[in-house]
Design a protein around this ligand. Structure first.
Ligand code: ZN
Length: 96
């Protein structure tokens, strides 16, 4: 698993739809140096999951969206799992 940090503006909530490599994770950092989202891509390089850290969804920050073919931001979200929280911590370290 690798974490790639890209510079992005704060209001960019549509980071990347397609990854360059399969089974990768991309953390998106805004211009203030904060991670805005962590995006997971599967075997076919399409997004499988997105963790959002800077906006509320159903009252939750952070939260996770599971992708099932949606292009952007599925309407339902769930709380992050302990594994996902660990990935967030790693991404934040990596972004510094
Ligand atoms: Zn969201």
């Amino acid at each position: 698993m690798k974490v790639v940090v890209l510079n992005a503006t704060e209001n960019q909530i549509k980071p990347i739809e397609l990854a360059n490599s399969a089974n990768s994770i991309y953390a998106i950092k805004n211009d203030k140096g904060k991670i805005t989202s962590i995006n997971f891509f599967g075997e076919d390089k399409h997004k499988t999951k997105q963790i959002d850290l800077q906006h509320k969804h159903q009252g939750m920050i952070p939260h996770t969206h599971e992708f099932h073919g949606e292009k952007y931001h599925p309407s339902s979200a769930r709380p992050c799992t302990p594994e996902e929280l660990a990935i967030i911590a790693r991404a934040k370290e990596f972004a510094q």
